[in-house]
Design a protein. Sequence first.
Lengths: 289, 192, 446, 226, 340, 211
Amino acid sequence: MLVILTAIGAMTGLTIALAILLVIANKKLYVYEDPRIDIVEDMLPHANCGACGFPGCRPFAEALVNSETNPGKCTVSSPDGLDAIAGFLGVDAGSEEKRVARLACAGGKNVARSRAAYTGINTCRAAAQVAGGGKVCSWGCLGLADCEVVCDFDAISMNRFGLPVVDEEKCTACGDCVDICPKDLFSLHAISHRLWVNCKSLASGDEILEYCEVGCTACGRCAMDSENNLIVMENNLPVVDYSKNSNTKKPIQRCPTGAIVWLQPDGSVVKGEESPKVLRKSELPPVSS
Amino acid sequence: MNESLSFIFINACLVNNFVLAYFLGICPFLGVSGNIGTASRMGGAVMFVMLVSSMCAYGIHLMLVAIDAPYLQLISYIVVIASTVQLVEMIIKKFSPALFRALGIFLPLITTNCAILGLALFQTNKGYDFIQSLIYALGAGAGFTIALVIMAGIREDLDIADTPKVVRGTAIVLMVAGMLSLTFMGFAGLGG
Amino acid sequence: MTTVVAKKTFDHGVHPPTFKDGTVKREIRQFPFAKVLIIALSQHLGAPAKAIVREGQEVQRGEKIAESGGFVSVTMHAPVSGIIKKIGWAPSLNGKMVNSIFLEPFPASGQTIEPSTPCDVDTASADEIIAAIQEAGIVGLGGAAFPTHVKLKIPEDKSIDTLIINGVECEPYLTTDHRVMLEQQDDIFMGIRYILKATGAQRAIIGIEANKPDAIISLREKIPAGLPITVEAVKVKYPQGAEKMLITALLGREVPSGGLPADCGSVVVNVATTAEIGRLLPMGRGIIERSITITGPGVEKIGNYLIPIGTPLRYALEQAGLKKNATRVILGGPMMGFTVSSLDVPITKGTSGLLVLTDHESQLTIRKEYACIGCGYCLDACPIFLNPSRMGRLAKFEQYDAMEKEYNLMDCFECGSCSYVCPSNIPLVHYFRVSKGIIRDKKASA
Amino acid sequence: MNQAELDKLVEAPNSWHMVRALAGIGLMCALLIVTTYELTFETIKQNKAEVLERAIFKVVPGAQSKTTFIVKDGQVEKLQGESNSGLKYYAGYDDSGKLIGVALEAAGQGFQDIVRVLYGFSPDKQAIVGMEVLESKETPGLGDKIEKDETFLKNFEALDVSLNESGDNLKNEIIFVKNGTKANPWELDGITGATISSKAIAAILQASASQNMPFLNQNIENFKQQ
Amino acid sequence: MNVLNKTLEIRTSPHLKSAVSTDQIMMHVVIALVPTTLFAIYAFGLAALLILSVTTFTAILTEHIYCRLNNKETTITDWSAAITGLLLGLTLPPALPLWMAALGSVASIALVKLLFGGLGYNIFNPALGGRAILQAAFPVAITTWHPAFLADRFSSIPSSSFAWPFTTGTYDAVAGATPLGNMKFNQVSTDVTDMAMGLTSGSVGETSAVLILLGGAYLVARNMMNWKIPVVIFITVAILSGIVNFFNPNTPTPMFMLLSGGMMLGAVFMATDMVSSPVTDRGIIAYSVIIGIMVTVIRLWGGLPEGMMYAVLMGNAVSPLLNRSLKSRVYGTGKKGGAK
Amino acid sequence: MNEANNKLDTNTFIKGLWKENPVFVQVLGMCPVLAVTNSATNGMAMGLATAFVLIMSSTLVSLLRNFIPKQVRIATFILIIATFVTVAEYLIQAISIDIHKALGAFISLIVVNCLILGRAEAFASKNSVGKSILDATGMGVGFTFALLCLGGVREILGTGTFFGIQILGASFEPWILMILPGGGFFTLGAWLLLFNYMKERKAAKMQEATA
Ligand SMILES: Cc1cc2nc3c(=O)[nH]c(=O)nc-3n(C[C@H](O)[C@H](O)[C@H](O)COP(=O)(O)O)c2cc1C
Ligand SMILES: Cc1cc2nc3c(=O)[nH]c(=O)nc-3n(C[C@H](O)[C@H](O)[C@H](O)COP(=O)(O)O)c2cc1C
Ligand SMILES: Cc1cc2nc3c(=O)[nH]c(=O)nc-3n(C[C@H](O)[C@H](O)[C@H](O)COP(=O)(O)O)c2cc1C
Ligand SMILES: Cc1cc2nc3c(=O)[nH]c(=O)nc-3n(C[C@H](O)[C@H](O)[C@H](O)CO)c2cc1C
Ligand code: SF4
Ligand code: SF4
Ligand code: SF4
Ligand code: SF4
Ligand code: FES
């Protein structure tokens, strides 16, 4: 009996002391914190295992609330739990139109020539530093897939001619590809912008067709015929004014080379009737010096 | 056997390293060893908590002996250690946010950790007196920190290594821990 | 040949073979005019020059054809009398298209140059000299093509005690500076007088690598009385010619990280630049040609040539003769020079050499890449005491932040010593150039 | 989410509930623990005693019963109830109640950690007649041969610990010798491959015996009453 | 007119390259090990020949198979697997069952090297990592020594060598004691010249200090080895053991410390492994000092007679930290940087 | 909060065995996993002890979940867990002192096994008693299974026996490494490697299937 009494006495004493301590601590030592931290912490598994790279669940929750990390870093929680956290923290998506990354070059290896053979680190960034990378068109895509690699969302894939193709569905407009491309070929556009100038060459004249069959020669026809100045020529390139009604396929019909195109949601492009059909499936040989 | 203080320290720190020989505190060892800075701060926090809990455990042990209630050992150790550490955490948080950022955030992770409780239990089992217990805690904490920081250094290197995909993550960390454990076996018999 | 003992140098560095014997004895010779000269409007660091001629306009040799587009920019002069064919894009050394003036020489264009207003060293003020240098279109001929007048305009809060004339020419193969030091000694001394006056420096040191004893000895003998000039021999080691290394070797000072030579009381000017100042300013002319070493195993007639600015490489190589197995055309020396992707690139003011390598060298230098084995050769080579081994690994795994913040990436001046020695054939400098670019971009967009 | 919404998420802590919950659960836990403790107490005690007895009977071969003694103020007395402090001497007796040996614990540094052993001393033979390792972390398969290796355990059939003339120390120190070279009864034949561990046993026994044997011999009469 | 009949090559500078490459460095290490290897075979006979062939061959084979399984080009041409195998063999006792040697070789390459990413990425020295694994797995076998210069060493093979895989070997009755074992367990010292010349027993390749130093000198002359590492290790060990020996003459002399056990082989060929040692200058010094201290401490005060392997592994383990914390002063920073 | 979790109950049980195995997938509670798995028996005993504590404390936590204020949640959970660990410790001692000795302090250390607190927090405090028991049993069995996997491998290679029974023949040379601490790390590392490998292969197959 004594044993039981000792035990009960000791335990009750201990727990009440603990409770009082906690109560006092809660009142006296209270420090305001974003309550979402508590809630998010609640949603975490409380394993305090550190697998997320943070020293415990709470610091991780703090980081989550401050959007310094993402829920997926917690390997312990179930996917549902993670979704719940993401849902809880998710900011209102808003009603802005979805934007996607768009590439302004059509010079795949079957239509655009190179003139020098690059060897070295196999990235566009590195190649661009070595005499611009060896493509004749100094504005064109180098095709070494930095953008494909940088895209965390798997939205970019290189086609057989070494041109990146963006999957509109997967693209989140994070802008990473825009930043990485050494030739600045990507830009973010509202998904409804389908009339597209697919070239960045500032050169003019038909000479450029010798090394890129689909380049813009700056002939200016698209601009001349466009209604309401939808298209104007700037620096040898047509510029579409998307604040006007750009939902017209007319300009693509004017282009003799197919540099101005209509983008299809599936990633393919429609070119004007007049533009030469590119049937070549092989790479063009390099021009000799 | 009355063990000398230096022996207790070396033994707890190197020969029978808490992590590498006793497998105590593996969770933080795996979790918080990704970065040298974090690891060393974590090590400091562990040392601190070890000292605190060593003292707590010593006191409770005396009390339990007095009221002859050995069966309450475990529950009272864990409760007292946990609440003391939590109190300390709250105090730090209130009065020194900077220190809290540096050390405090590690405290909850440490409290519910084998190394701390293990230390308390072992020191009681070994019948250490107060000073011996403190040295034991210091040695164990130092050993934990050494192992953690070495591991962090190695992991920072592994982050920029061509490790095969299948071993990335915890698997390779365990392999490194295995090698470290073998390395620490070299200390066997030291101080004896 | 007499030898000179040199003790002064910097720590670390590498010893590539020099390959200078082929051209070192060849005097600088005049080069003919090409069918069209292409004068790029931005062939220096800084703002491009602004063309002041129209298409179809006739110009005289030496006539100003473009004016500087700002303070960090210089004037351009017509290298030859002829007609402006067009103003448009032309390829450049870095692969970008740049605006250029295409000048077609008159069939019988001679070597006479338009007279102009001179700048007298004894009467002109420091500012006048600096303005004259800008007007003469002078940029650093040592390679970087940085407008010289900008460098010589010492900021108010700094002062210069020593002018260092860089006659090191540590790049293998190149010998133009060496030739200039033998052939244009008076111009060099005259140039030094101008620069001393412009910068307010009290003395000048000409630093020359010990493998050019003839230049060292004869320059020493010719120092005009009263001019505070010494000629110092420095050890043969790459990159002894980099200004930081030369300052350290000669003065025992270090240029602070992120700073300029002026921050440690000195300014460094290349000998050819100095000679050009001394040659042009007394006559008030502008740069229209420069001396260049055309060399390498891929060239038939190697030598040192005085070549009109704007000569396309194609023409230069036709004249010098290319061997069949030539594969790489490099502007500059083999350690820091750039390969070109097009022979339509013209010679610019910053071009100090034209080096052509062949299949044979390609095979020697394309070697299997291994992972870094931590041999530490690169650390022992890096004159800046960086850790290329670590940075290479970080770059490979795209950890640019750590490279910059923990390993001082931005202090790397891309000398290539690390790549040269790396037994694992890791393209270290290339990684560093790319990484620096990415970091700069990130900063610019932030 | 605005501040008001955020604040709504924080419930005000109710102190009474906290105390109630903790104390209630504490009470429940105490009951649970104590019940288990009481229910298992006897079995555990018995188990432990059995284990101890087994060990004692092993190191004092032939013993059938045991009595525990402790030293209090220099006097040997029987242990009443339990005690956790001080060295205990377990006297073993045969059927007839005759003292045939005393078992005691000793400990020291082994290869990896402290090794604790129990050994039996026979006053008749003036020798150690048995040794059992109670606790060791020696390498399994190697150092733990000190528990299992038969040739090694043979050392303890009769390891001489007779006293010198003056009776204040051992006549011959217990010393370690290489395997197979044992020539004298006070030598401990080592284990090849576990030299360090077996040497440690020799050292532990030497230290303990040189301290305890004179005392035991002087007070042997006190142990004779069961 | 085209002056050039091919496509231009474009590449980044520098366009020159020093002659040494990694595979050559590795090859020269093998060359430097030749005298030691030959001596090992001379001293221990067929047993040494067998064990060295088994470890080397298994190492190469393991690496080759790994590359094949991963559809990668084989990496055995870089010689590093051969070095690992050879060095592992040189650190094993001559009469070790061959299956254990092979297992150790697999562990070296697969576990300690390839799992970490292969050449250049391993944290621990593969050969010593493999040896540590063997030592922990079979501590008895790996501390059972075979005498050198037996008369019949070229005609008979120790019976333990051919133990069936996974079974315990039966050892020949003649067991040799190594100088370190004698020191630790019997307090008997060994003649210093004997150890220098390699007349003692021990691991296959550790006995001849002179030939090991010769190989080291060859590599140092070719700048393929950092001489500071062995030198600093030797100095540290000599100073520490000298001090201890001064106060307690029963402890080994500095000369004994340097010439016994794996000290020479370890300091010259294993601590110098570029991959697992630090790269920075000060890091290398600290690394060597740590190794020196640890080996002395283990030998003098630890339970084991030898600690070279553990010392080097500990050095490897702290290398990343040393690299990080002991950087060189970058040009233009620090006290010199601000100077005018 | 866990409304979404109304899936089939077998799933609650099964997931602990494999998909969310506490050892191989969540890598939780590693200390006992490594420390006591030098033999299959020890692993099994430890697994069962942990499972016992896990199930009992989950049950109690779930029962009391509406009675416990949020602020003292963790404290009460720890109390409950510590209680059951103490209970388990006495039970084991009553069953066999030898097993108790082999497991040593690690029985007490079950208290701090992250798995138990983790389940109490993440599951039991939010779900009905039935589901909590199911979850705890699943996790407990998964944990025991993992410990058995480790203990089995380590015992077989390290001593040549399995549950104390000689299976590799008397002449087998045991790999002592396996029962040393280093071997524990290596073995767990190898198991995780195996799991990663299987995951990779599955992912590769899935990709093939979709492509
Ligand atoms: C790695 C490296 C090597 C250099 N080598 C030389 C050289 O050999 N000769 C030279 O005149 N300038 C060399 N320079 C350029 C000098 O640093 C410095 O810019 C130049 O001497 C300044 O003179 P300038 O502006 O008249 O060209 C080198 C630069 C670097 C980064
Ligand atoms: C992994 C490992 C564990 C060891 N464990 C023990 C041990 O528990 N006990 C021991 O006496 N020696 C141990 N040793 C030490 C060696 O076996 C030592 O070389 C041996 O004791 C020397 O004895 P010998 O001279 O009889 O061969 C161990 C060695 C290693 C490598
Ligand atoms: C580089 C090298 C490192 C070694 N490291 C160790 C070691 O750490 N521990 C060890 O027991 N033996 C090691 N050995 C083998 C020892 O040299 C061997 O143990 C020594 O000859 C002493 O034998 P003993 O342990 O029987 O005294 C190593 C050998 C070499 C070549
Ligand atoms: C001087 C020198 C010493 C070496 N020592 C070792 C060694 O001890 N162990 C080893 O496995 N490889 C050694 N290597 C080879 C190589 O570095 C080793 O295989 C890599 O560690 C594998 O990544 C050495 C290489 C050199 C150049
Ligand atoms: S778009 Fe840019 S980044 Fe992408 S492949 Fe082309 S050049 Fe490279
Ligand atoms: S990187 Fe970002 S913006 Fe570019 S395609 Fe991918 S998701 Fe879209
Ligand atoms: S390129 Fe940069 S890192 Fe390499 S040696 Fe030169 S300065 Fe150092
Ligand atoms: S030279 Fe190459 S292999 Fe050697 S340390 Fe530097 S990067 Fe690594
Ligand atoms: S089980 Fe997590 S620290 Fe031990």
